[in-house]
Design a protein around this ligand. Structure first.
Ligand code: ATP
Ligand code: MG
Length: 446
């Protein structure tokens, strides 16, 4: 992509309304623009990052055997009256009346709608297990939207719903989601810790929230530092194996890790050695629930089990805050010059800076580089503008592409350009060929 043809409305000034780094940097780097309180437009650069996150989520959901659908943002109130949540949900729900006088709502979550889809089609345990999910905008009329997209009113969520014939199978679905979420966050370059949670308005029996450590997070966390040592390794997991998923669940949930909502100070003091007691703040980037028959019973979503008996299905729901994750990733990856994207979620793989756009040789090398990078699937953002070099570097640092290629007449005379790492400033002077080779290695291009 040529910068001269792109739309990258960066701000030189720091917006006064932004209180935390991610909000400030998202506005300054032209990723988002506020439309009204808690409602944002996603500009091209921000849209690209959302796309990267969505791709990772879809890939990991597919690996776990979950099936994508797309439900609408507007839902009929009648379904929520069936479950009893229409009145319970309160003022966070945006209620709408259409021209026919029909009551609708902008979905804050989708348990009712997906249960309605399920009950219309699935009648036998033989069609289970089934997990349907989508990535769709939600609306919650938050009383205090803040920190940009971190606590918005309209926000993008991946939400998934499992349908199982009995509790054991539904607990397996729960564990499968825990594993797939850990893998998803890990691929995004994040450490997200599962913490035991209350079930809130979703209701139910079992729930964990996933938290990313950050000083600016809204949740207060208490945990055993041992949990920071845990990793998933590179090994593939057999999602069909109940034991394999349960063992990951056990490993990640046996250490004490709670938010202020579930924290038990006595237990923490007695069972976690003082040297391992950690207290910090965190951002909730996802939550999983097992709630049994809470929706299937009132909504009559039943299947025939193996003995021919009609039983309500066991369900759970599972959410990832896709738009909030963009903020969480920036909170965890920035410095005083700007964003520092982890490679897997960067909007572009590499920035190419042309130091002398009026020099034909330099421009020819830059253009050739871009063609070859694109051929390898490494999307470049090519600064071909005639801005001053200093301003080009400032913009590249601000938008935080993980790698930068700088091409100018002086180094080119020696057949070289400069490859620079955004995170630690490491610089390699090398031939274009070698730079492409290094980048394909870094990005694991086959
Ligand atoms: P919170 O406690 O932050 O209000 P929640 O527990 O009500 O969130 P869930 O129903 O668990 O939210 O939704 C799944 C995920 O969606 C959350 O883990 C979070 O990452 C994201 N999310 C929820 N509310 C918002 C919001 N107002 N803005 C952005 N993302 C949100
Ligand atoms: Mg939650």
């Amino acid at each position: 992509m040529r910068m001269s043809r792109y739309f990258l409305p960066v701000l030189r000034e720091t917006p006064a309304e932004a209180q935390i780094a991610s909000h400030r940097l998202m506005l300054r780097s032209g990723m988002i623009q506020q439309a009204s309180a808690g409602i944002y437009s996603w500009m091209p650069l921000g849209r690209r990052v959302l796309g990267k996150l969505e791709t990772i989520i879809h890939e990991e959901q597919a690996a776990a055997g979950h099936i994508p659908i797309l439900m609408p943002t507007l839902q009929p109130a009648a379904l929520w009256q069936e479950s009893g949540r229409y009145d319970d949900y309160g003022q966070e729900m945006l209620r709408i009346t259409d021209r026919q006088g029909r009551h609708l709502l902008y979905g804050p979550t989708n348990e009712e709608l997906v249960t309605d889809i399920f009950r219309g089609h699935v009648k036998s345990y033989r069609n289970l297990p089934l997990t349907l999910y989508h990535i769709q905008w939600k609306f919650r009329d938050e009383i205090r939207p803040r920190f940009g997209i971190m606590r918005g009113r309209e926000f993008l969520m991946k939400d998934g719903y499992n349908f199982d014939v009995d509790e054991a199978s539904a607990v397996h679905a729960y564990n499968r989601h825990l594993v797939s979420y850990l893998r998803t966050y890990q691929r995004m370059g994040l450490k997200a810790i599962p913490m035991r949670a209350d079930t809130g308005p979703i209701g139910g029996k079992l729930s964990h929230e996933f938290l990313v450590l950050a000083d600016t997070g809204e949740s207060e966390l208490f945990f055993d530092s041992n949990i920071l040592e845990l990793g998933l390794g590179d090994s593939d997991i057999d999602y069909d194996s109940r034991e394999a998923c349960a063992s990951v669940f056990d490993r990640w949930t046996q250490q004490y890790a709670r938010t202020d909502e579930t924290h038990d100070p006595d237990h923490f003091a007695r069972h976690v050695p003082a040297v391992r007691q950690r207290r910090s703040r965190g951002i909730e980037v996802g939550q999983i629930f097992y709630f049994g028959t809470k929706y299937s019973e009132p909504m009559d979503a039943c299947v025939n089990d193996a003995s021919g008996q009609r039983v309500p299905v066991h369900m759970g729901s599972h959410g990832i805050g896709v738009s909030r994750l963009v903020g969480a990733i920036i909170e965890a990856n920035h410095d005083d010059k700007g964003i520092v994207w982890p490679e897997p979620v960067a909007p572009f793989a590499v920035g190419v800076i042309n130091l002398k756009p009026d020099n034909e040789e330099v421009s020819a090398v830059c253009e050739d580089l871009c063609v070859r990078l694109e051929a390898q699937g490494l999307e470049p953002l090519y600064d071909d503008t005639d801005d001053r070099a200093g301003s080009k570097f400032t913009t590249m640092d601000l938008i935080g592409l993980p790698w930068r290629l700088t091409v100018g007449p002086r180094s080119l005379a020696a057949g070289e350009l400069e490859l620079t790492c955004r995170r630690d400033g490491r610089t390699f002077n090398c031939a274009p060929e070698e730079a492409i080779g290094r980048l394909t290695d870094i990005y694991g291009v086959k």
